[in-house]
Design a protein around this ligand. Sequence first.
Ligand code: SAM
Length: 923
Amino acid sequence: MNAVEIEEAISQLADQPFDPESFPFAFLEAFGNKETTIKRLRAGASNKSDLGGVLQTNNIHIATCGSGQVTKTLIALKDSPATTKAKAKFILATDGEDFEAEELASGETVACAYKDFPDHFGFFLPLAGITTVRQIAENSFDIRATSRLNRLYVELLKDNPEWGTAERRHDMNHFMARLIFCFFAEDTVIFHGKGLFTETVAQMSAKDSSNTHEVISALFRAMNTKIEDREREGLPRWANTFPYVNGGLFSGNMEAPRFTRIARSYLLHIGNLDWTKINPDIFGSMIQAVAEDEERGELGMHYTSVPNILKVLNPLFLENLRAQLAEAEDNPRSLLNLRKRMSKIRVFDPACGSGNFLVIAYKEMRAIEAEINKRRSEPDRRSEIPKENFRGIELRDFPAEIARLALVIAEYQCDVLYRGEKLALAEFLPLRKENWISCGNALRIDWLSVCPSTGTGVQFRADDLFSTPLDQAQIDFENEGGETYICGNPPYKGRNRKGSDEKIETQSVFARYPGSFASLDYVANWIIKSAEYCKDTNAAAGLVATNSICQGEQVALLWPLVFRAGIKISFAHTSFKWSNLASDKAGVTVIIIGLSREERQERFLYSDAEARRVNIIGPYLVPNSTTVVIKREVPLSQIGQMYLGNMPKDGGNLIMSQAEARVLVEGRGVDHSLIRKFFGSEELIHSEPRACLWIEEKRLDEALKNPAIAEILGRVRDFRNKSTAPSTRAHSSTPYRFVQLSASNGNRAIVVPRVSSENRPYLPVDYFASGPVIGDKCFALYDAPLWNLALIASRLHIVWIGTVCSRLRTDFSYGNKLGWNTFPAPTLTDKNKADLTRCAEGILLAREHHFPATIADLYDHEDMPDDLRQAHERNDEVLERIYIGRRFKNDTERIEKLFDLYTKMTASAGAVTKGNAEAHARL
Ligand SMILES: C[S@@+](CC[C@H](N)C(=O)[O-])C[C@H]1O[C@@H](n2cnc3c(N)ncnc32)[C@H](O)[C@@H]1O
């Protein structure tokens, strides 16, 4: 269940008559517990309560009680040994009149009338596995409004299916935006009389709902017509109490969809919510999925938290404004200068969704302006920050509507907050007609036409002749000579998830650069367009992006183009989770990239833990090196050659379990020397080798005499023949062997899996002396000296791999060409090699002590056995002394040293090999 569905469920529960018996179960059900879980709790099997209530382990202890006993019951719940033993996170007591609850870890409490407990549903969201963003917990209104509007939207489309077609969708979205405005306006003083809109609809429309659409349409027309013209336009007298709003919001098609009785009652119900509580930075993100058929189920899940947005906006420009404010102290001239500066700042989000970055930027700047006005003793002064300077491009129609509306609401709320209701109202209506949020494809639009570098007229110009330019109003920016900041979180779409249109867009965005850019993530388009914009206009950008554009092969494709345009990374935030409200989805891992042309001595590199001052930020978000690491066919350092393991493509026939292999040998007469141990990554990590048939060509005739082998090879042949891939079919005539064999298949092997969990402190490398077959989920060094294992098992190596290779989500994805062949190691003396060999043996022996524990068991971050940890520490100590004569202080120092060494080593003439010459040419 998502947050919106939960809100709906608990609102329904609060509306029903209170039943002390069933309440705890209904409450848990409303938070997404499955029927079977509830059944088991009811049956008592999993109910651990010692107070006759319901106690769900690791979750909540609920007790209902007699009238007036709520506080006492809550204390009993808190003191209950069962609460502690079952590690309950929450306690809750109610008698159906009062409601009290506590979150035990924080001590936060809720005490309210029973009927109002749904107002606090955000408090309980952790019960549904949703880690709440604090703001959501405190602003349940936005979720509630979303849930109601969603129901109305769906109900209206049911009865007016034509409003859901591509041609009418815009009308539908526009209609919803108008409704939201009316709900807000009637609860503030914008409309004269509280609840004016809802009450007028309730009074003037028939109970059977037959003319609801006509009443609403008349009101909309009135709001689009100046008072003096209304009679002439034939508008009904009862609409005269409504002000002239216009502002584009009430222009265009004035029709309203037909209402069923249910839809009418939904509408009246929504009107009764208290819309003054709307929070435009939350509401937009919540509501936008309403208009998307595929996304409706994910309503409210893509909420972006304000702290995350500030991670972009603060370093981009807000901190600088605040610093200027602090410096100005009470000096009226300095304060005036800052106010003037702010009046000319424009903020541009080229994938703005419902405008949350723009709204936050606007609100933060208004707060600074209010402080200036206070210090200058001009508290009532009209704001000089035009909301029209907060520009956006958004692909989808509804969020674009909402973005505009959100800024209108934010402006009004800021005016009320800083100047008072009277002044806010005096200048609010009519709304300005211009449209400053463009609905269109940011990758097909010339950004300079939407957001020109000077304050001249804005022309919405599409790059693509086939796209229909929308009917966009034009507007001047009030920013002559001002600054422009690009910001936002453009779509996170990995390179493999791009659709055909998106591939074409990438092609056209990168058309001016030589080479192929198909393997870039979709967000790279926004990076390069921002870089080009900054180059042409002296603007600065701060964008959230998938972390993959700063890892692996994408780095060499994208960043040289950015740097060559004279653009630098002005600040950055290393990987963090961009969480959302979905309980079942991990948020994407993202980074934040600041771009600008500006030459600065000092830049900030942020991580969750710290803000580091550095001189340069490189494309891997590593300090003080802009070096790009390029794949190599052979190692840069004097280390062993690493190969990809053998690729079977056998339809599961050549590879089998050990037990199956035994049957072949003991029951079907297969010669045991034709069977070898097989290790893929799972087999390696869990120390559970499988077996495989391994038939050298010289023994093929002999092997085929065995009917079991002949049968197996027949199946492999069939499988390969039926494959749609020509490369697999090509191997159907050699069913006895894997389709791709490692260049070498020696006896001893040092093996490392291609993908391994980020939760291990070291890469799970292993060593086999008995000549197993290594599968293609691993890389292997055959017959290489053991000191190579010491390198792979080191902290230095995992840090290098984690930085330069791409990741699968956050897990490590090893690459022999990009990770091992590029690994910069100093020249090792014989003594170094002997020392490292001993270290590698130490690691293997320490593992041996814990036999039969596997790598999976032994390398748990929290739970690694001491002797194994010490063996690794010794290994790191020896290796790091070879690098710098002492231990590195931390991973940052490690990666800086590695980049320094890599840069020096590749600078030597022989570093460019045939395989990577092309990539180097790009640089
Ligand atoms: C990750 S969302 C961010 C929106 C908003 N800042 C938020 O946090 O909710 C990305 C937005 O980009 C929009 N988008 C996707 N492709 C686009 C394109 N080619 N041009 C303009 N907008 C696009 C999507 O519709 C979506 O609203």
